[in-house]
Design a protein around this ligand. Structure first.
Ligand code: FAD
Length: 432
């Protein structure tokens, strides 16, 4: 079957690999120039955290080893208090499981290589989709507008502001919502210090500051990429280099010391938006063409659980499963794929909730004590109790099942009462 995928970002490239493995002829259209020749585009995050769901999707195609070879494992988060005190909190009970800091550009380039190496995949760069009419796709290219032949299946992997979704939205019965946070994000960089990392590279660093926060992820070249998540008006307020330096010296003193180019970075780098997008359904057959959506085009979420790309990669696994179940009947497979909304709805909500946890709660003693109790429970009740973070980041348990399991565990712990409390107390006393 001829399948057109719009968007050769992270999800589009991986989906092309999955579809080609099934024997489909895949044409991938990307509005940008080939990033392997043109270099990275500014404006999206420079690095991102990949965890088990993403790794599982890569592993099924044998791509995990190559991708993880350049990743930096982060087994926990390091909180930076204003007075410089650091507190490390492992993500898992045994302290060994890690999320992985990966360069977005490098990951995209590897996935493009992988897609192009599959038989039956063709990639057209510099093609920005502008319309779909009667099965024909129109693109803006540097040479002017071009059109495709009649296209039976189009899958939009063209991100949060998807042009494919815009076509679906013209159809009666297709619901769409977008919800912006009052917050934006801006990236800054921390160069290597005397040839080494300025902070511990084995952690995701967080500067929780109540209504705002900054995070930093390590890069293989020993730099860190910091991301500020601030209310929009806070960005606007720092309108001179002096104000920027003063603000950082006051609120992020240890980071400010490590950022000699702070004021220039701050002035040069854009403020990005944080948005949750919902669309329902994700597919329709319009005239001769069946249209579907995956990744951010279907369900863009805010980045606070580090799950957007992981979830998009998992979409590819799930769509592959739906094609298995329907014998590669695309309209039927895309209809079945709608069952995934139960999961994407959950992660959209968890991502929003986690913002409050990261920017505010992680700095508090009560929160850290709660996490220690949670990890003690995981150790004394292996297989019986697992934290939400563990299930979201280190398993492929469907997100909706994660929520059901957390609710069951809470009921069980509340019912077991004193017995569980005694076990936890013992485990904490033994420092287990
Ligand atoms: P995109 O990455 O947006 O790719 C879409 C592609 O389509 C692009 O190549 C674009 O050029 C192309 N395109 C767009 N329009 C057209 C058109 N009209 N015609 C042709 N091509 C088009 N996720 C994680 O899992 N972990 C993290 O740690 C993480 N951190 C993040 C931090 C920030 C600050 C942000 C903003 C997001 C983060 N995410 C993270 C989310 C993650 O970036 C997205 O979920 C992921 O990039 C979605 O991939 P995608 O391929 O669906 O969309």
């Amino acid at each position: 079957m001829e399948v057109t995928v719009v968007g050769a970002g992270l999800v589009g490239c991986l989906l092309a690999c999955y579809l080609a493995r099934r024997g489909h002829e895949v044409t991938l259209y990307e509005r940008r120039a080939d990033p392997r020749e043109a270099g990275a585009e500014r404006g999206r995050s420079i690095n991102l955290a990949i965890s088990e769901r993403g790794i599982d999707a890569l592993r099924r195609l044998g791509l995990d080893g190559e991708v993880l070879a350049e990743a930096l494992p982060m087994p926990g988060r390091m909180m930076h208090a204003i007075d410089g005190t650091l507190s490390f909190q492992p993500y898992s009970a045994d302290g060994r499981r890690a999320i992985n800091s990966i360069s977005r550009g490098e990951l995209n380039r590897k996935l493009l290589d992988a897609a192009e190496a599959m038989p039956g995949v063709r990639v057209h760069f510099g093609h920005r989709l502008t319309g779909i009419d009667d099965g024909v796709l129109t693109f803006d290219t540097p040479q002017g507008p071009v059109t495709s032949g009649k296209t039976p299946v189009v899958i939009g992997a063209d991100g949060a502001y998807s042009a494919v979704r815009a076509k679906l939205q013209t159809q009666p019965g297709v619901d769409f919502s977008q919800s912006y946070l009052d917050y934006g994000y801006k990236e800054l960089s921390v160069p290597a210090r005397y040839g080494d990392f300025a902070f511990d590279p084995g952690a995701l660093h967080i500067w929780p500051r109540g209504r705002s926060m900054m995070i930093a992820l390590p890069n293989p070249d020993r730099t860190f990429t910091c991301t500020l998540f601030w209310p929009h008006e806070a960005f606007d307020a720092l309108d001179t280099p002096e104000k920027v330096r003063r603000h950082f010296a006051e609120h992020y003193p240890d980071a400010a010391e490590a950022m000699p180019g702070l004021a220039d970075d701050y002035a040069a780098n854009p403020v990005g938006n944080l948005v949750t997008m919902r669309c329902s359904p994700w597919h329709r057959t319009i005239g001769p063409t069946t249209i579907g959506l995956v990744g951010d085009a279907a369900h863009a979420i805010v980045p606070f659980y580090g799950q957007g790309a992981n979830c998009g990669f998992e979409d590819c696994v799930e769509l592959d499963r739906c094609l298995d179940e329907t014998g590669d009947d695309f309209p039927a497979a895309l209809a079945l794929f709608e069952r995934r909304t139960a999961d994407t709805e959950v992660i959209a909500r968890l991502a929003l909730d986690n913002f409050v946890e990261m920017r505010d709660k992680v700095g508090s003693r009560t929160f850290l004590a709660g996490k220690r109790v949670e990890h003690a429970l995981e150790r004394v009740l292996p297989g019986r109790y697992a934290s939400r973070y563990e299930l979201v980041s280190f398993s492929t348990t469907p997100y909706s099942e994660v929520e059901r399991r957390i609710a069951r565990q809470r009921r069980w712990v509340a019912g077991a009462g004193l017995g569980v409390a005694a076990l936890v107390a013992l485990a904490l006393r033994r420092g287990k």
